[in-house]
Design a protein around this ligand. Structure first.
Ligand SMILES: Cc1cc2nc3c(=O)[nH]c(=O)nc-3n(C[C@H](O)[C@H](O)[C@H](O)COP(=O)(O)OP(=O)(O)OC[C@H]3O[C@@H](n4cnc5c(N)ncnc54)[C@H](O)[C@@H]3O)c2cc1C
Length: 271
């Protein structure tokens, strides 16, 4: 790893890449999303099948929301095009059109129409055939590839070609990277899985509201870490996930304001 905080470069800030970035940045990984160049979703006239938008959404507003979300989660979202990804000792170097050069422990290729920037890597990502196509058969279900640390998200990984599905797969790739990081930290089996959930504080009751119960659970769980620091961190994480009613209300108000910031309601609205 290149530093104490693992770093992730996401190539492409469409639905697949932005979703991957939201997950890795929320876990605390140093995440940069580069977004410039040929986009599938920007070609759409209007998006009517992405969950949560009852009357659909125009691609530009969708992109603004997705990038705002990625930034809020902690990503740097950079308007630049990745031109090359190269292997280094234990990671990757990423180069861009505007002469940026960045080291990364993980790279997520989330660009439906572009894969030339992978050409220098020791794997063949192009399918033989009349038309040049990305070879989805070398990508695992969680986006993993034959190269450790290189993931592919979205339709090039073989998932169906809709924005919502691409975003879901991007999230899956984000989770796979987090599991890699947790395994490198010493967690094994199910303890390497990270659940990006918040829970209601009023449900923090009974025996599971005590650290002693969690210690007992860890004593008996087959994959649980032996290391005391990892065990304490695991329990801290569990308790950090609870949100009280007042904080939920504050978060709700903030979330509504942030959504409204993106809406141009024009002169009149009609039902
Ligand atoms: C005409 C058309 C209409 C469509 N309509 C719908 C629809 O209504 N509903 C639906 O669900 N799906 C629709 N789709 C499909 C949808 O666009 C894709 O399934 C989805 O966008 C795939 O997401 P993605 O993030 O993998 O790729 P993209 O949406 O293509 O996003 C990739 C991003 O990467 C960026 N990029 C590319 N190369 C680089 C690089 N080298 N460096 C940095 N950034 C780079 C691009 O600018 C782009 O923003 C439509 C597609 C088309 C072509």
């Amino acid at each position: 790893m290149s530093g104490s905080t693992p770093s992730v470069v996401v190539v492409g800030g469409g639905p697949a890449g932005a979703a991957a970035g939201v997950f890795t940045a929320r876990y605390g990984l140093d995440t940069t999303v580069f977004d410039r160049g040929s986009s599938s979703l920007r070609r759409a006239a209007f998006i009517e099948n992405y969950l949560g938008f009852p009357a659909g959404i125009d691609p530009e507003t969708f992109y603004d929301l997705a990038h705002d979300h990625a930034r809020e989660a902690g990503c740097a979202v950079v308007d630049d095009m990745v031109t090359g990804v190269f292997e280094t000792d234990g990671g990757f170097r990423v180069e861009t059109q505007d002469d940026r050069s960045l080291d990364a422990d993980y790279v997520v290729a989330a660009t439906k129409y572009d894969w030339e920037y992978l050409d220098s890597l020791p794997a063949d990502f192009v399918e033989d055939g009349e038309y040049e196509q990305f070879d989805a058969s070398i990508v695992e279900q969680d986006g993993g590839t034959p190269l450790d640390g290189l993931y592919v998200a979205g339709p090039n990984a073989g998932v169906a070609d809709q924005a919502l599905i691409a975003a879901g797969h991007g999230a899956q790739v984000g989770r796979a990277i987090i599991a890699d990081v947790r395994r490198a930290d010493g967690y094994e089996g199910t303890f390497a899985e990270h659940y990006d959930w918040l829970r209601r504080e009023e449900n923090l009751t009974g025996e599971w509201a005590t650290r002693e119960r969690w210690q007992e659970y860890l004593d008996n769980a087959p994959d649980a870490p032996d290391d005391e620091e990892l065990r304490e961190r695991y329990i801290d994480d569990r308790f950090a996930k609870y949100v009280d009613a007042e904080e939920r209300e504050e978060r709700t108000q903030k979330a509504h304001r942030r959504l409204a910031d993106h809406l141009d309601l024009g002169e009149e609205t009609t039902d």
